[in-house]
Design a protein around this ligand. Structure first.
Ligand SMILES: N[C@@H](CCC(=O)N[C@@H](CS)C(=O)NCC(=O)O)C(=O)O
Length: 246
């Protein structure tokens, strides 16, 4: 039994980034899902932060997907995700940071479109196996807390749409400059994991926690927007990374 534990929310794309890295490195881990809201008691005690993921690796506790990424690269150098070459390595680090910032806007824009759909709170709360009555009471409370926490308000959502567009354009410009396969150089790196996982909720690759909608039930405008995302090169790239490298 491994004593590596990932504290997470199943539908968090930052948690997905860490899961992907652990899987890529072949590092076994157990999952511990924390309940949104009360999670902060645990995260503050463990790592003095409010967010997940947090990784417990034996006696070490590391919080924040970026800090976890560098901890894992340093501690488990097999199947490296940071190139040896200094220039390429610097580019990977820069892109990882850029996509981390874009992840905030992906979350806000998407919640802005779908937060009132019942599937969303179901995906967030069902993994905890709460009694049906408790989940029913928690659903509107959690939805409003998410709306406040992530500023899901029309103006902010509109600004985030622009930032999402910049993130997609960044993927496309990297692909044009490079081999069209990976974002930096010829190999799969942390930049690919960061970009693909943090953009993935927009594409909801099959089998991921965001694959929760019958798309035909979404508004025609949103269906059209998602279709455009799916067919443009950045969208195709995310789906290809999930198909080939996840
Ligand atoms: N920079 C952080 C961001 C993580 C993050 O935003 N996690 C969200 C879930 S997607 C979270 O834990 N939110 C709960 C909260 O803020 O209380 C990382 O890379 O780990």
């Amino acid at each position: 039994m491994t004593d590596r534990i990932l504290y997470q929310f199943p539908i968090s794309h930052y948690c997905e980034k860490t899961r992907w890295q652990l899987d890529h490195k072949g590092l076994g881990f157990r999952i511990h899902n924390l309940l949104p809201g009360p999670h902060r008691i645990r995260t503050r005690l463990m790592a003095r932060i409010d967010t997940l993921p947090i990784l417990r690796d034996g006696k070490r506790t590391v919080g924040d997907s970026t800090r976890i990424a560098y901890y894992l690269e340093k501690t488990y150098p097999e199947r490296p995700l940071l190139p040896e070459d200094r220039e390429l390595r610097a580019r990977v680090i820069e892109l990882e940071q850029q996509f981390d910032r874009i992840g905030v806007h992906v979350r806000r824009w998407l919640y802005g479109q779908i937060i009132d759909r019942p599937e969303v709170m179901d995906a967030m709360l069902t993994p905890y196996g709460l009694p049906a009555m408790v989940q029913k009471v928690m659903t509107p409370v959690t939805r409003e807390a998410v709306r406040r926490l992530y500023r899901i308000q029309p103006k902010a959502v509109m600004r985030s749409e622009q930032r999402v567009e910049e993130g997609l354009a960044l993927v496309e410009s990297c692909l044009q400059k490079g081999n069209g396969h990976y974002l930096v150089g010829d190999t799969f790196t942390l930049a690919d994991i960061a970009a693909a996982s943090l953009l993935a909720p927009l594409l909801s690759p099959v089998g991921t926690p965001w694959d929760i909608f019958d798309e035909s039930t979404l508004s025609p405008a949103l269906q059209a927007q998602l279709h455009k995302l799916n067919t443009r090169p950045a969208g195709q790239w995310v789906l290809a990374r999930y198909g080939q490298d996840r």
